[in-house]
Design a protein around this ligand. Structure first.
Ligand code: KE4
Length: 435
């Protein structure tokens, strides 16, 4: 597809932006590096639709990486933002709206007694790690290969030479002395976590995991895995940190912890709780969270933490999610989409494995189950790229990377789902014919 013909204004905008912003973007995945065309510049969005600056309309399954669960420009969220902004946008002092949001989060998550609001998922997880180290007096963190937890130094790491070995930095600028305090093991491999605890006995502060991995594409925990992590943390007096930046308020109002029935010691939240604005949080038991300044010795701070406009958007979002039968609606729309995509793949004779939980899903181009990062890396990326481009041509906006997820929102209508399935049928037949 000739980008300059179909997306001339985005191509021009990207060229100009690239002279002022590294890679022309403010977050790398937006540069479309995982696909064969340059990035689209977005003009506006409403409900399930998003519009680029060339006037093309798309059904949006990126949803700002999961944040826009209500759909774009939801009336009650916009109203809350306007009212809050009219009273001033930042005071650097406590506001009632922060307490309201904290109370909602505490009510939604049984494992949370105290909340600290921050401005990004990275900040929430970075703080959770520091808190776990401060609470346990230990230094090591165990994380899973393929899980992403933001860009703090401790987490920009790759697996060491062998299972349970110290990690190495996966980004320039991360000191080896920091990287080696993290141990990276395969997702869904409970014996690897057991080995890491045995090898580093008494030194592990926490196990950090996305309870449903959604940054290697969507990979579900195998039966008993999360419960196994809970047991190993208890046996070794380490903390279990659930990074629910994506799953929180997505899988259920109480996130993955409600969905799977496993309690974390510290929970990180983001995306949905900001209603599209910069708001994130960490929460947990009072005896852990009260280690945070000013009540405890673990320092953490933020000028815009609990920002009144962001918390207004957050509260308006949760007001909708708590009241209606939202999760049944999300489940029925997403299961319809999954069935349709599976039938389209079968019809075209293109092997596709769909991993889905609730309104969170991924299509992998493979004929085998996808249960960890190595499985994802063995899928057919060429076919993914072609699928992305063909769907875009048909007005369906998927994440421009096989390592991201598809999100269904409350704004996706049965017509949107049917149109997406039709586009997939055509796209997959085209991919088959190109093979
Ligand atoms: P932010 O700092 O980007 O708000 O959150 C970091 C983060 C933490 N934990 C999980 C499970 C996450 O998925 C993320 C951020 N997700 C990516 C995409 N999957 C955000 C998109 C981007 O990096 O631009």
């Amino acid at each position: 597809m000739d980008k300059e013909k179909r997306y001339p204004n985005s191509a021009k905008a990207f060229s100009e932006a690239s002279n002022m912003l590294p890679g022309g973007v403010n977050s790398p995945v937006r540069a479309f590096g995982g696909v064969d065309i340059g990035p689209l510049f977005i003009a506006k969005a409403k409900g399930s639709k998003i519009y680029d600056i060339d006037g093309n309309e798309y059904i949006d399954y990126v949803c700002s990486w999961g944040a826009m669960i209500l759909g774009h420009a939801h009336a009650s969220v916009l109203k809350a933002i306007k009212v809050a902004a009219g009273k001033g946008t930042s005071f650097g002092a406590p506001t009632l709206s922060e307490t309201v949001l904290a109370e909602r989060i505490i009510t939604a998550f049984d494992s949370i007694e105290r909340v600290r609001l921050v401005s990004s998922g990275t900040e929430a997880v970075m703080t959770a790690i520091r808190l776990a180290r401060g609470y346990t007096g230990r230094d090591l963190i165990i994380k899973m290969a393929g899980c992403y937890h933001g860009h703090s130094d401790s987490l920009l790491v790759s697996a060491g030479s062998g299972v349970a070995e110290f990690a190495t930095a996966s980004s320039s600028g991360v000191a080896d002395s920091i990287a080696k305090l993290t141990i990276v093991v395969p997702f869904n491999d409970i014996s690897a976590v057991e080995a890491a605890f045995a090898k580093h006995s008494g030194k592990v502060a926490a196990v950090l995991v996305e309870p449903v991995a959604a940054n290697m594409g969507v990979v579900l925990p195998v039966g008993g895995y999360l419960q196994g992590l809970r047991g190993l943390c208890d046996q070794n007096e380490a903390l279990l940190i659930f990074d629910e930046v994506i799953t929180g308020f997505r899988l259920a109002f109480g996130g993955a912890q409600e969905f799977f029935g496993v309690r974390a010691d510290i929970t990180c939240l983001g995306k949905i709780i900001g209603g599209g604005l910069p708001a994130a949080a960490l929460g947990g038991r009072a005896d852990i969270m009260d280690m945070l300044a000013p009540t405890g010795p673990v320092y953490q701070a933020g000028t815009l933490s609990g920002n009144p406009v962001a918390t207004a958007a957050a509260n308006a979002t949760l007001d909708v999610l708590v009241k209606e039968d939202c999760y049944q609606k999300l489940e029925s729309a997403a299961s319809l989409l999954e069935q349709g995509l599976a039938e389209a793949a079968k019809d075209a004779g293109v092997p596709v494995e769909i991993n889905r939980v609730g309104s969170l899903m991924s299509c992998f181009f493979t004929d085998r189950p996808v249960k960890n990062f190595a499985d994802v890396q063995s899928t057919n990326m060429r076919q993914f790229k072609r699928f992305f481009t063909r769907m875009l041509e048909r007005g369906i906006y998927l994440a421009p990377s096989a390592y991201e997820a598809m999100f269904v929102s409350l704004a996706h209508t049965p017509q949107d789902i049917e149109r997406s399935i039709g586009a997939a049928k055509n796209s997959l037949r085209k991919i088959r014919d190109e093979e």
